[in-house]
Design a protein around this ligand. Structure first.
Ligand code: NAP
Ligand code: GLV
Length: 313
């Protein structure tokens, strides 16, 4: 039985090597290889060509090699098979690092100090305690919950917003459309870790930006997005950074990736930009995860971390 690896935009060599180490008894193939499509039972994919997965008649399980699955749910010909996504401490830990780093960059006024250093200027600013700052996490899933844990341990006041009601120790939880307004009104630093769905597309627009707290110690709100770029209306953020309604931002994901050279995002004030690297999919860690899930499935245990195709995540 064959495992197919189809990763568009990533170097496949590391995946092949890591998978062969994790599953030496399996045949691992890439789309360009010579193989019989009827032998493929598992497909490990990142942004496969739409329609490609429908060409494997004996495929049983599709593994998204990332936590997000919008690269699959947008395929109109996606076979009606279980889709398993990544839930692994390696990926989760990387995202929590990005969230903590970027919350601290803004909380500790790093843009100001970097500019002051470049100008050889000694310009201390007043520094507030973490406990004076309210962070609000959009998405209390695998990644959002881990980020809240780390932020709470640093002393931040943490709130969270999800689709359905949640209880997370130490976190002020909100949910649904009715919970969004109160959640935004208590948030100084907004962190989006939302999946891209019909409901979350263009969610963070001018109205959401203007509903964030304005009475916090940073002098105005800060916005971080490492969920998906199309959840944020980038033009609305650029306007808000330019006229000072938003004091800073950090973006890892974008409506169009790579960000086009003429995008105003490159020059927006107090915007930290990373090229979709917040939580990279590590071939070694994630091959171990997938091979473990396949072994459990073949031993008759139920598949975990299944995507709900109706919800889109
Ligand atoms: P997850 O466990 O499925 O959690 C998703 C969270 O979003 C859940 O709490 C869910 O609410 C909430 N949500 C979904 N739709 C919503 C809506 N309409 N309104 C309010 N809340 C909503 O996903 P995850 O593993 O945490 O990953 C989240 C996303 O991070 C991925 O989908 C991906 O887009 C992104 N990501 C980015 C990177 C990167 O490198 N930048 C890396 C990995 C993942 P419920 O709990 O009520 O269902
Ligand atoms: C990366 O963006 C992922 O979804 O894992």
């Amino acid at each position: 039985m064959t495992i197919l690896v189809a990763v568009r935009g990533w170097k496949p060599d590391h995946w092949i090597h890591a998978l062969q180490e994790a599953a030496p008894d399996r045949r691992i193939v890439l789309p360009g290889d010579a193989f019989d499509p009827t032998t493929v039972r598992y497909a490990l994919v990142w942004k496969p060509e739409p329609g490609y997965l429908a060409t494997f008649p004996n495929l049983e399980v599709i593994f998204s090699l990332g936590a997000g699955v919008d690269h699959l749910t947008t395929d109109p010909d996606l076979p009606d098979l279980p889709v398993v996504r990544i839930v692994d401490p390696d990926l989760t830990g990387r995202m929590t690092e990005w969230v903590v780093l970027n919350v601290l960059l803004h909380h500790r006024r790093h843009a100001h100090y970097a500019a002051a250093q470049a100008a050889r200027a000694w310009q201390p600013l007043r520094q507030w305690a973490a406990s004076a700052v309210r962070v609000g996490i959009m998405g209390l899933g695998e990644l959002g919950r881990d980020a809240t844990r780390a932020l709470l341990s640093l002393g931040f006041k943490v709130g969270g917003w999800s689709r359905t009601g949640k209880q997370v120790d130490g976190v002020e939880c909100f949910h649904g459309t009715e919970g969004l307004g109160p959640f935004l009104a208590r948030t100084d630093i907004l962190v989006s870790l939302l999946p891209l769905t019909a409901e979350t597309e263009n969610l963070i627009d001018r109205a959401v930006i203007d509903a964030l707290a304005k009475d916090g110690p940073l002098g105005g709100p800060v916005i971080l997005n490492a969920g998906r770029g199309r959840s944020l209306v980038e033009a609305d953020l650029v306007d808000a950074l330019s006229d000072g309604r938003v004091k800073g931002a950090s973006l890892d994901v974008f409506a169009s990736e790579p960000v086009p050279p003429d995008s105003p995002l490159w020059r927006a004030p107090n915007l930290f930009l990373t090229p979709h690297v917040a939580a990279e999919s590590d071939p070694v860690a994630l091959s171990r995860y997938v091979v473990g899930e396949i072994a459990a499935y073949e031993a008759g245990r139920p598949l975990r971390h299944l995507v709900d195709r109706g919800k889109g995540y």
